[in-house]
Design a protein around this ligand. Sequence first.
Ligand SMILES: *Cc1c(COP(=O)(O)O)cnc(C)c1O
Length: 396
Amino acid sequence: MMTEALQRRLAERRQQSRYRKRRVLETAQGPRVVVDGREFLLFCSNDYLGLANHPQLIAAMQNAAQQYGVGGGASHLVCGHSALHHQLEEGLAEITGRDRAILFSTGYMANLGTVTALVGKGDHILEDRLNHASLLDAGLLSGAKFQRFHHNDLNDLERRLQKLPDEGQRLIVVDAVFSMDGDMAPLPELAALAKKYDAYLMADDAHGFGVLGQSGAGSGEFFGLDQERLPILMGTLGKGIGSFGAFVAGSEVLIESLIQFARPYIYTTAMPPAVAAASLASLELLRSESWRRDHLRALIKRFKSGAAQIALPLMPSDTAIQPLLVGDESLAMAISAGLEAEGVLVSAIRPPTVAAGQSRLRITITAAHSTADIDALLAALHKVVPAELRVALPQL
Ligand SMILES: *Cc1c(COP(=O)(O)O)cnc(C)c1O
């Protein structure tokens, strides 16, 4: 019975053009990858700085594995918290300008753990509609009264804050850079609203940390928001940092509370210390080699202006996430397949990851790409994106 029900759901997915398949990569992450023995130009990785295959990260991991072995062995609270984890937490606190930081094994767990540790029954959580699935799941799991406000709509959020009863804690949670759209949350304005309505503000900087801000400290640094204005800063280590894991940075009280109360922190094995060593090596590169961020910014600019020239329907984004809005699921799939035939890999993002009618190609650019790679991407898009999707050029 269960099998039949599952088969029905699978058939329905297929029929909606929403069925997902995994590609098997035969190489490391990088601008060029091999799939099924064929080389492709890759524009869908979150390895924004091109560090996932960097020799210094590899060496750091190898050396740490020699010294600390492979397995984390136990949870952080039992006996799995190694010197390398501790050093990484100190490094993350320093770069983000926070009192302290705590490591989580994944960003998904950091979000579940943080939200559920801070709010529960009788409290209130307000999230942007387009927040990452892990934040939406966290809000549901918390048991707090959960509201979703219109995307980046400060008026809608304020109306909702005004209507909250006096009782209970209030938590506002946003993606700092929206994962499927690439636009940014108005963090300074959100911080002002949080202060006005006595709410706590949390930002998930999975797509900003390492990439944005003068020193790569992310969206907090980009907007100049200190710990008081942005008290809960979550970041991940598997995207711009090129490694794996996540962290939350903030006050002493916040971090101690997460150590005590965040269940996805407490009841899981610590990440391998060698993974922490790779992240530490990456933090060192953020400090010493800022050219990656500059190069990435230049590539984004080149892509946007090239796309405008051929009237591609890009969404409004200045970050490394440059989605091309298609709408229909099957058309998004067809464009992705067309690009693949041209030797370019870009994933089609479809419901339920985005709303119905909002299917898109989520193009991501990394510092490992060259200007020639961007030009090759533009040429492939020019060939494959059908005329009916080209946006009318503004009248000059
Ligand atoms: C990727 C992502 C996460 C999850 O991080 P993982 O370390 O991959 O589990 C959380 N939030 C956002 C916005 C993300 O894009």
